[in-house]
Design a protein around this ligand. Structure first.
Ligand SMILES: NC(=O)c1ccc[n+]([C@@H]2O[C@H](COP(=O)([O-])OP(=O)(O)OC[C@H]3O[C@@H](n4cnc5c(N)ncnc54)[C@H](O)[C@@H]3O)[C@@H](O)[C@H]2O)c1
Length: 431
């Protein structure tokens, strides 16, 4: 089976072969293919052939498909067998881990990632592990899952701890990425009191740890601190316009108070802090059912269901791809910038245009994989729900000036990866 590599181009039409930078004395660059081999795993589950057919062909096909996106980094994969008849899955252990950089002790950092089993956290963990650092993940698995980091479990540089950040935790470390907090509205509204507790007490505990260990502390804040903004695009000096008692307040106000705490520890105790205000991000490992537009559209199109657009489709949104965000977080952590920094992509799409783009990419990926469609999915328009948030768009001047960071990935390239990821999840039977 021929395995042609897939070309990934950045905004200027140049090949993306690596992600990350060597800047501020910290090298965060890794080959894209190696990183991809950790999340694009079409063979992640090999369907068991219940009627005793020719299994080897299936396996060869799976391997070839995988090699197409990951340049053959299959030696480091566990193979999980999916049994369609009983809807069960059997996991195998890894025989070998993906190679990681061997750093001298003077360069190797002990890094704590809270919420490291979530969507953003697991991508950060992949990058930090490949770079050769010692990574500890702290997670209560509320919205995250062990499967997102299972490919590192057992590695000597990796530790996974089930822990709720609302309770104190002690460990020696050099850097803390504090990400633990549910991020999508259905998840953070599920238990609003717990969400605000996580934001306040979790951040208090992690800042206490940073104070004790003299670790540098980075918090993943959000564009939601700007609320329903009266200023467009939003720059970091804007104080926001937030309803303190609405259904989103547990998250918005939670992050605002978390920022207040962060700067309190900086002023009073000299804790070395970083604050990333993250805008809408998408990518593989995003929960397909958390009600966000990117995952909704892809799942509907892949399942052959009509795609639902709420409103007339003219409202705009902007999205950044996960690798751009991880680049930004690592740069910020290692830079001298202690003011809040917006990290997001300002390219706007109307929702109608976006639905068409998703449909086109799903069809392209299906054609590449020889999938036959019985009909073309339609884009249907439904009335807009009343609480649909207003548009937010980042002003990323500060990130550009202080970190030399700007988004590289086009929405099209990011969507292609995400479609392949969800397609693999469908083959596995978990979508
Ligand atoms: N994804 C985005 O577009 C986006 C945008 C802005 C900000 N953020 C921020 O980035 C961070 C990560 O978001 P995500 O999209 O990966 O969400 P996610 O829900 O996938 O990840 C959050 C992780 O935190 C864990 N967690 C939640 N409460 C916890 C607790 N009390 N103790 C320990 N672990 C806990 C969850 O189990 C999960 O693994 C969050 O702080 C979020 O506010 C994300």
């Amino acid at each position: 089976m021929v395995s042609a590599s897939i070309k990934t181009l950045d905004k200027n039409g140049n090949d993306i072969a690596t992600v990350g930078f060597n800047r501020f004395g910290f090298d965060s660059e890794v080959p894209l293919d190696v990183l991809r081999s950790l999340y694009l795993r079409p063979h992640y589950a090999v369907p068991a052939d219940s009627d005793d057919g020719d299994k080897s062909l299936d396996m060869d096909e799976q391997e070839a498909q995988h090699a197409k996106f990951t340049q053959g980094h299959t030696a480091y994969q566990s193979k999980s067998i999916y049994y369609p008849d009983t809807k069960s899955i059997s996991y195998t252990t890894l025989s070998r881990f993906t190679p990681v950089k061997l750093l001298p002790p003077s360069q190797r950092k002990r890094i704590l990632v809270t919420g490291g089993a979530g969507f953003v956290g697991s991508h950060l963990v992949d990058r930090l592990m490949l770079l050769g650092h010692e990574v500890t993940v702290l997670d209560n698995f509320f919205t995250g899952s062990k499967t997102t980091v299972s490919h590192w479990v057992g590695h000597p540089n990796f530790e996974l701890v089930r822990h709720d950040v609302v309770e104190p935790f002690m460990i020696e470390c050099d850097q803390i990425y504090h990400l633990a907090c549910p991020a999508s509205p259905p998840h953070y509204q599920f238990n609003a009191v717990k969400t605000i507790k996580t934001s306040f007490m979790g951040t208090l505990n992690m800042l206490g740890l940073a104070k004790r260990t003299k670790a540098r502390f980075l918090i993943s804040s959000t564009s939601e601190v700007y609320g329903d903004p009266e200023v467009h695009p939003q720059h970091e000096e804007y104080w926001g316009h937030v309803n303190p008692i609405g259904p989103r307040a547990c998250y918005d106000e939670g992050k605002r108070v978390a920022e207040t705490l962060t700067y309190g520890f900086q002023r009073q105790d000299g804790v070395d802090v970083r604050v990333a205000r993250i805008f809408n991000t998408y990518g593989p490992r995003m929960n397909p059912y958390d009600g966000r537009v990117v995952s909704n559209f892809i799942v509907q199109a892949l399942k052959g269901e009509d795609m639902t657009v709420y409103g007339d489709g003219k409202q705009t949104r902007s999205f950044q791809y996960i690798h751009d965000l991880i680049d930004g977080l690592i740069l910020l952590m290692n830079s001298d910038e202690s003011r809040p920094v917006n990290i997001g992509n300002g390219d706007e799409f109307s929702i109608g245009e976006f639905a068409e783009l998703v449909r086109e990419i799903v069809e392209k990926v299906q054609d590449e994989d020889g999938v036959k469609r019985t009909r073309r999915v339609q884009i249907v328009y439904k009335p807009m729900p009343t609480d649909d948030p207003q548009m937010r768009r980042p002003d990323t001047t500060r990130a550009k000036e202080s970190l030399g960071w700007q988004p590289k990935w086009t929405v099209r390239m990011g969507l292609e990866e995400m479609v392949r990821y969800y397609k693999a999840k469908m083959a596995e039977g978990s979508l």
